[in-house]
Design a protein around this ligand. Structure first.
Ligand code: KIV
Ligand code: ZN
Length: 500
């Protein structure tokens, strides 16, 4: 039978301790609602005694009536515990240092006093009818005999769950496994673990603890938190799923949740972040992409698909991509490509690659659609030779265009409210104002400042005839001009053919 593991999310508490992160109440509420939608069992909403704002945030979250239990952190002092209880939390998470180094330099109490304080605080929390979690801070640097004693003492005092924090992230999977196993055999209460990522082992350690009998995992979205952060919710949950454990997480919301936390905290996600990063299901062209196009399981874990976590698979076409490969990707996606168009598509991909742009399959499909729909060079009425655009905060945007129109060289210039406007005015000038742009739309295909801009335009000539065309490029001005010129060439070609 699948073992069920409870997920305790501390994005709003330890996650908020990420250097430089401070979340306004409204943001905390937004994240709490999203965590609830995601299905976490417990939300540690904050540290109520830390400030007035923090108290209000925890209270407002506790009053939302979410499905998840709401927890508030408290030091082992009455004032902290009272603040958490007053904030209406379902659970108070009390913590106290237990390792020699932390006791000596922070709390300065004897080890026996620490046990007594812990027992008193558990009893105090429980006397208010609220659940209690106890953390022996820096547990992984605390002697095992002492840890067993303090955890046993709080268990006897009625604690609901004990947490084993790897506060400075020094645990390793085998050692942590042994430690949790020993504690599991010694205690009856559920065990929760809280792993920091100082050596990049937070997920591995959390998983080792689960194998050793831990019942609950503490995690943060995107692994944010003190220093190198905490175990990442998305990594731990996906791994537990892959290894046959059950959680209440609705995995299809993992990417959505990750993006929200990234946006509201301002902590940028590295592209190679497992499960939710931009590249988590991206494949650079070559053997991998080839295999993935046939069966994604060839170069992906398989048990987790991008759709399962709300992600998308992308094939990134690098500048080394071969002609055959590009043809194959296009044909597999249903495009019929002649050799001449294929040459142009490959050139465009390499040109973008040389400029450092990562070309995704979506970019490639757009490039192909534009090129497959272009008028052939010898049939074009207008060809652009050179474009110069100047813009700036104290300069009126101005565009100058050199082109060949019906076999004649022409130069025009125009000013506009911005560089695109100036360029499009210069294009209409070039055509003797015989066309009007009736519709203009620009979309960014993939994210980032180097995204490929996809421009659609509809033009109308003097007789009221219209034509819609499209162009794509990383330069929004050039993509806009190309789209209009494409439309003009179509229109002229159509008229020429009509006259024949
Ligand atoms: O890392 C830590 O020890 C903590 C405690 C408050 C549990 O965050
Ligand atoms: Zn921590």
């Amino acid at each position: 039978m699948e073992r069920e593991i409870s997920v305790f999310d501390t994005t709003l508490r330890d996650g908020e301790q990420t250097p430089g992160v401070s979340l306004p109440v409204g943001y905390k509420i937004q994240i709490a609602k999203q965590l609830d939608k995601l299905g976490v069992d417990i939300i540690e909403a904050g540290f109520p005694s830390a400030s007035k704002g923090e108290f209000e945030a925890v209270k407002e979250i506790a009053d939302l009536g979410l499905n998840a239990k709401i927890c508030g952190l408290a030091r082992m002092v009455k004032g902290d515990i009272d603040a958490a209880i007053k904030a209406d939390v379902d659970m108070v998470h009390i913590f106290i240092p237990t390792s020699k180094i932390q006791v000596e330099h922070t709390i300065k109490k004897s080890r026996e006093e620490i046990i007594d304080i812990s027992v008193e605080c558990v009893e105090y929390v429980k006397s208010h009818g609220v659940e209690c979690m106890f953390s022996a801070m820096d547990a992984t640097r605390t002697e095992m005999d002492y840890l067993k004693r303090i955890y046993k003492a709080v268990e006897e005092a009625g604690v609901d769950i004990v947490n084993v924090p790897d506060t400075v992230g020094i645990a390793t999977p085998f050692k942590f496994y042994d430690m949790i196993k020993e504690l599991r055999e010694h205690l009856k209460v559920p065990i929760d673990v809280h792993c920091h990522n100082d050596f990049g082992l937070a997920t591995a350690n959390t998983y080792a603890a689960v194998l050793a009998g831990a019942d609950e995992v503490q995690v943060t979205v995107n692994g944010i938190g003190e220093r190198a952060g905490n175990a990442a919710l998305e990594e731990v949950v996906a791994l537990l799923y892959a290894e046959g454990f059950k959680t209440n997480i609705r995995m299809e919301y993992l990417v959505e949740t990750s993006r929200l936390v990234e946006r509201l905290t301002g902590v940028r996600l590295p592209p190679n972040k497992p499960i939710v990063g931009e590249n988590a299901f991206s494949h650079e062209s070559g053997i991998h992409a080839h295999g993935v196009l046939k069966d994604a399981r060839t170069f992906e874990p398989g048990i987790i698909t991008p759709e399962m976590v709300g992600h998308k698979r992308r094939i990134v076409i690098g500048k080394h991509a071969g002609r055959h490969q590009i043809k194959k990707i296009l044909e597999d996606a249903g495009y019929v490509v002649d050799e001449e168009s294929l040459t142009k598509i490959v050139e465009k991909v390499k040109e973008l690659g040389d400029k450092g742009k990562k070309v995704t399959d979506l970019d490639l499909f757009t490039i192909a659609e534009v090129i497959l729909g272009e008028v052939r060079k010898e049939e074009r009425a207008v060809n652009i030779d050179e474009v110069t655009v100047i813009t700036g905060n104290k300069i009126t945007p101005t565009a100058v265009i050199n082109a060949e129109v019906m076999g004649k060289k022409k130069v025009t210039s125009a000013i506009g409210v911005g560089p695109v406007d100036a360029s499009l005015k210069a294009v209409t000038e070039l055509l003797g104002k015989k066309i009007r742009i009736t519709e203009f739309r620009m979309d960014a295909i993939t994210g980032g400042s180097d995204a490929l801009a996809d421009v659609y335009v509809t033009i109308e000539d003097e007789s009221g005839e219209t034509f819609t065309a499209r162009a794509a490029g990383t330069d929004i001005v050039m993509a806009s001009i190309d789209a209009v010129i494409n439309a003009v060439n179509y229109l002229m070609l159509k008229k020429k053919k009509g006259r024949r």
